[in-house]
Design a protein around this ligand. Structure first.
Ligand code: NI
Length: 330
């Protein structure tokens, strides 16, 4: 029981992911300062250079105008500024730390298989759970936690939250939050919006309402689209850099099949695996990891944003904020 239900959900998600992705990705960039992860539909902007960095909510006290972002990716990650950082697509860390993240589960077969692989290697990962699935497989949720992994909220039914009212979004997040707590007793601290589609205002709202950090990604192997293990592995290996948050989906067999080789190759390159919260705890302002950032004239370079964004709001764009710091309770 529940299997067909699960499959239909899974299929719906898969299909909708495939169909919506091309529609949504641009939307994310335009409507929402969420940076790079979704930015490039086909190719995750070269993880190393794209500084998909942190979106605005954190970067700028004044919710940077979405359009401003679309035009210039740079204002983003300047974490140094005043407002607390609440959204992450990668971190700036000392050391080769990365966070593997797995979305859309738990899945009856693939998630336990993945958990075995992680356990064998002593690797901790982060799972962004879909509430419907968490409610259906509470024992897997429990196992995820028992084995030291982190959990996050990925909505109840995987809709495009950026198009929904606060009340509907709250329903999606609350039900999932409750399903997770009921299954394992752990209160999630993170959320990842399906498709990365979440406006800057919603990010602040969810942070204020649930205390969630909003987690995006900087490495996307497009494993939901290209069901090929070698592809998943090579994309991840090609783009992972220290501080990366790597996106993949444990509902896909090909993704899980790719993991042993991927994890071993990452480890061989010197990468160390931590949960997202652990990675965030190591995060530091880009300006400290890079040589002098030039506050004055670090105006979003039109073409090649570097990781050293100006810790200052783009002067030219007086980010007109709807509700500046308001909802950002932390
Ligand atoms: Ni998802």
């Amino acid at each position: 029981m529940g299997i067909t239900l699960f499959f239909s959900h899974a299929m719906a998600r898969i299909l909708s992911t495939a169909c919506l992705a091309s529609v949504l990705l641009p939307l994310v960039v335009a409507a929402d300062p969420t940076p790079g992860p979704a930015g490039k539909a086909a190719q995750p902007a070269p993880a190393s250079t794209a500084a998909p960095a942190t979106p605005s909510p954190a970067a700028q006290p004044a919710a940077s105008a979405p359009e401003a972002i679309a035009a210039a990716p740079a204002p983003a990650s300047s974490t140094a500024a005043a407002a607390p950082k609440i959204t992450y697509s990668q971190c700036h860390v000392d050391g080769q730390y990365i966070a593997m993240t797995f979305d859309d589960g738990p899945h009856a077969q693939n998630t336990p298989r993945l958990l075995d692989m992680l356990k064998q290697r002593g690797i901790k990962a982060t799972f962004f759970l879909v509430g419907e699935c968490a409610a259906e497989y509470p024992q897997i949720v429990k196992r995820i936690v028992a084995e030291g992994h982190e959990l996050g909220n990925h909505s109840w039914s995987h809709p495009q939250l950026s198009k929904m009212t606060d009340a509907s979004v709250k329903d999606q997040l609350q039900k999932t939050h409750d399903a997770i707590v009921n299954a394992c007793g752990v209160v999630p601290k993170l959320m990842r919006p399906p498709y990365g589609a979440f406006t800057a205002r919603q990010q602040r709202w969810a942070n204020g309402e649930f205390g969630y950090k909003i987690i995006l990604w900087d490495v996307d192997p497009l494993d939901w689209k290209v069901r090929n293990s070698e592809h998943v592995e090579s994309e991840i290996l090609k783009h992972a850099v220290p501080g990366s948050i790597i996106l993949s989906h444990d509902i896909h067999k090909t993704t899980v099949d790719a993991m042993p080789a991927t994890l071993d190759a990452l480890a061989a390159k010197g990468f160390k695996f931590v949960t997202v919260s652990e990675l965030i705890a190591m995060d530091k302002p880009a300006s400290k990891t890079k040589p002098a950032a030039k506050p004055e004239d670090a105006p979003a370079p039109a073409s090649a944003p570097t990781k050293t964004e100006a810790p200052v709001a783009k002067p030219s764009e007086p980010a007109k904020a709807a509700t500046p710091t308001a909802a950002v309770s932390k």
